[in-house]
Design a protein around this ligand. Structure first.
Ligand code: FAD
Ligand code: 2HG
Ligand code: ZN
Length: 473
């Protein structure tokens, strides 16, 4: 884009959103031009921050008329580089963070309607204010946005009980690539009036439009919690434990998170104020949470009895029941500190994979052999949402390693892990999306029919390819 064209665009955007809605200064733009992992870097002529849906629609219409590509960005916590512009300097970053109003709460309909830029933790607060619960829960909840959660179909630690973001969205408002607004903010549990349009935007990663409003499903606020940390000798024992817990606790089983000994050690080494939960380190660990609206003592008894049974049958060799809220928080800190610990310890070659739960143990055993054969110095950091069959099968490289220099080895390693995932009937992106991280691999692992259908949808909705070009497809 020429200097003159850039200045003309900025002037027009200024007229639409005012000075508070534009960032042109390099220092102010910097946080919007790289991602949480520091893996991708881009450039932009301007970061535009509309204050509401009408301003967003006007901005998108202008970009459509001037053939300016748009990269929508929420809290910028994504793990696949989806919110970072490319290096061309031609892509406008549209940040949703000024759109942060709670629009409506309806405890009778059990719905919460928010602007897309509302921070996930604020959506939790809003639900709690009417004695309701919004269950989507992830380590980045203090900074990710509801719009970003929808655009990535985020998962997190409560999918086991409540489902992915896809299961928690009833309606959407979206600015389409030509600037028109689709008013789909319905709070209905039943609506069979044709294709599920909102379903298209969930997980679309900014490639089909800008989500500006969301209707979320609410649930009863759990009042009782019981949490435990367990150690097991093998992954298949933890998988059997998951099955036992499902049978004994049913719906009350809310989280079942796994960490290998190496993952736990990484957190203990890198994150302040953490200590090992068990006297003796276990090869595999699980953090288990039950929740209910019933009495806490009953829930603790249920957890104790179920885990007692797991000890008797040899599924676990050590169990630690949390006896206070502080202890529960300390246990969750160990789980939620892994991402930060990886950033501090090195550079992770990440694999966010999903497998049938019944195949997890044999997959992991085979993957370890294959990864070490490909990269003998690899440090495997395997953890994740075992209850959803979602592993974060990461390989850690030293902090001074250069992503570009590692490109070829990363490529080979991804091939090894993802081919095995495919052989086991799994997915190469469970919850983090495709972004620019998995874009080229998608074609290898998705069928030609699936790719063609996705490309046709993209072509139909964004014929000029202005919405987040270079991502996902
Ligand atoms: P961004 O990073 O800003 O954007 C992500 C993608 O969505 C981009 O493609 C962007 O273009 C698009 N987008 C954003 N907003 C909109 C919008 N309004 N309209 C259209 N497109 C939009 N993810 C999980 O699934 N589970 C986890 O457990 C989890 N834990 C995490 C823990 C940490 C510490 C961190 C840093 C990240 C974690 N993530 C996790 C990843 C991340 O938090 C989620 O992907 C989150 O949903 C991204 O939201 P965001 O607002 O930050 O989106
Ligand atoms: C988690 O489950 C996140 O903690 C991040 O999805 C995973 O850092 C990762 O690879
Ligand atoms: Zn995760």
């Amino acid at each position: 884009m020429s200097e003159v064209a850039i200045q003309r665009l900025i002037n027009k955007l200024h007229a639409l959103v005012g000075p508070a809605g534009l960032l042109t200064d390099a220092q102010a733009q910097a946080p919007y031009l790289t991602d949480w992992l520091g893996k991708w870097k881009g450039a932009t002529p301007v970061v535009v921050r509309p204050a509401n849906t009408a301003e967003t629609a006007a901005v998108v219409k202008l970009c459509s008329e001037t053939h300016t590509p748009i990269v929508t960005q929420g809290g910028n916590t994504g793990m696949s580089g989806g919110a970072t512009p490319d290096a061309s300097g031609a892509q406008v970053v549209l940040s949703t963070t000024r759109m942060n109003r709670v629009r409506a709460i309806d405890p009778i309909n059990n719905t919460l309607t928010v602007d897309a830029g509302v921070i996930l933790a604020h959506a939790h607060d809003a639900a709690r204010s009417v004695d309701r619960f919004f269950p989507l829960s992830l380590g980045a909840q203090g900074s990710c946005t509801v719009g970003g959660n929808v655009a990535t179909n985020a998962g997190g630690i409560a999918v086991l009980r409540y489902g992915n973001t896809r299961d928690l969205v009833l309606g959407l408002e979206v600015v389409l690539p030509d600037g028109r607004i689709w008013h789909g903010l319905r709070g209905l549990r039943k609506d069979n009036t044709g294709y599920d349009l909102k379903g298209l935007f969930i997980g679309s990663e900014g490639t089909l439009g800008v989500i500006t409003g969301v209707v979320l499903k609410l649930f009863a606020q759990p009042t009782a919690h019981a949490t435990a940390w367990v150690g097991a000798e093998s992954l298949d024992k933890l998988v059997d434990l998951l099955s036992l817990m499902r049978t004994r606790c049913g719906e009350r089983l809310t989280a079942f998170e796994m960490m290998t000994a190496a993952s736990l050690q990484l957190v203990l080494d890198q994150v302040a104020d953490t200590r090992a939960p068990l006297a003796q380190a276990a090869p595999f660990n699980a953090l288990i949470e039950l929740s209910d609206t019933d009495d806490e003592a009953g829930l603790r008894d249920l957890l104790e009895e179920s885990l007692g049974e797991s000890m008797e049958t040899g599924l676990t060799h050590d169990v630690m029941l949390s006896s206070s809220q502080a202890q529960t928080m300390a246990l969750w800190k160990l789980r939620e500190g892994i991402s930060q610990a990886q950033v501090r310890a090195g550079k992770a070659i990440k694999h966010d994979i999903a497998l049938p739960i019944s195949s997890l143990a044999s997959f992991a055993a085979q993957a370890e052999q294959d990864v070490l054969a490909c990269m003998p110095d690899a440090r495997i950091v395997n953890f994740g949402h075992l209850g959803d069959g979602n592993l974060h099968y990461n390989v850690l490289m030293p902090p001074d390693a250069d992503y570009d220099a590692l490109k070829q080895r990363t490529h080979e390693l991804n091939g090894v892990v993802h081919q095995l995932v495919t052989d086991y009937g799994g997915s190469i992106s469970a919850e983090h999306g495709v972004g620019q991280l998995r874009r080229d691999e998608l074609r290898i692992y998705k069928s030609p029919v699936e790719m063609e259908l996705m490309l046709r949808i993209k072509q139909a909705m964004d014929p000029n390819h202005l919405m987040n070009p270079g991502k996902l497809l």
